[in-house]
Design a protein. Structure first.
Length: 178
């Protein structure tokens, strides 16, 4: 069976002196994705000297609403600090779907046709960009431009995988030129 990778989090600041890190969680299933023993692919930020490409979860715990991980490869505060900004990916079966019907994996969205609320074609979803504040849909417009749309319910009210489309509540200058 084929597998896919999904982004599940981004390492934040260190916590304590033993190598714990905070995590900006990007999954609705953190208890499954960050389970003890989970091996995650690590993607350091561009230009980072972070040496690890895989990280193994030793333990996880929630503290004041923030996930804290202890990772086998991070053996102290300095190592934890060097991991800041590292993206964490989990491997899933290719046919896996999130439990939450309002959550989607990147591979499910890329290639969907984009329409406005009146049914006019705007373009196609070409990528999902995971920013620190929110995710963005990259739309290749029908006239060949690239537009970024915040992936929030107010601007993307409908995602229909069966129909192969997303509906965008277009605003002047968002997808079409102002």
């Amino acid at each position: 069976m084929e597998s896919i990778e999904v982004l599940i989090g981004r390492i934040g600041k260190p916590h304590g002196v033993r190598g714990h890190v905070t995590v900006d969680v990007r999954t609705d299933e953190p208890e499954r994705r960050f389970a003890d023993g989970a091996v995650l692919r690590a993607e350091p930020p561009r230009g980072s000297a972070f040496p690890h490409r895989q990280l193994t979860v030793t333990s996880s715990r929630w503290h004041q609403g923030v996930l804290h991980l202890l990772l086998e490869e991070l053996t102290g505060r300095d190592a934890a600090e060097s991991a800041r900004g590292v993206l964490l990916y989990a491997e899933l079966a290719a046919d896996a779907t999130p439990e939450d019907p309002d959550e989607f994996y990147d591979h499910q969205l890329v290639g969907l046709a984009a329409y406005d609320t009146d049914g006019a074609r705007l373009g196609e979803v070409t990528a999902i960009l995971h920013g620190s504040a929110q995710d963005l849909l990259s739309i290749r417009t029908t006239d060949g431009r690239d537009a970024l749309v915040p992936f929030v319910k107010a601007l993307v009210p409908d995602v229909d995988l069966a129909e192969g489309k997303v509906v965008i509540a277009d605003r002047p200058g968002l997808v079409r030129p102002a």
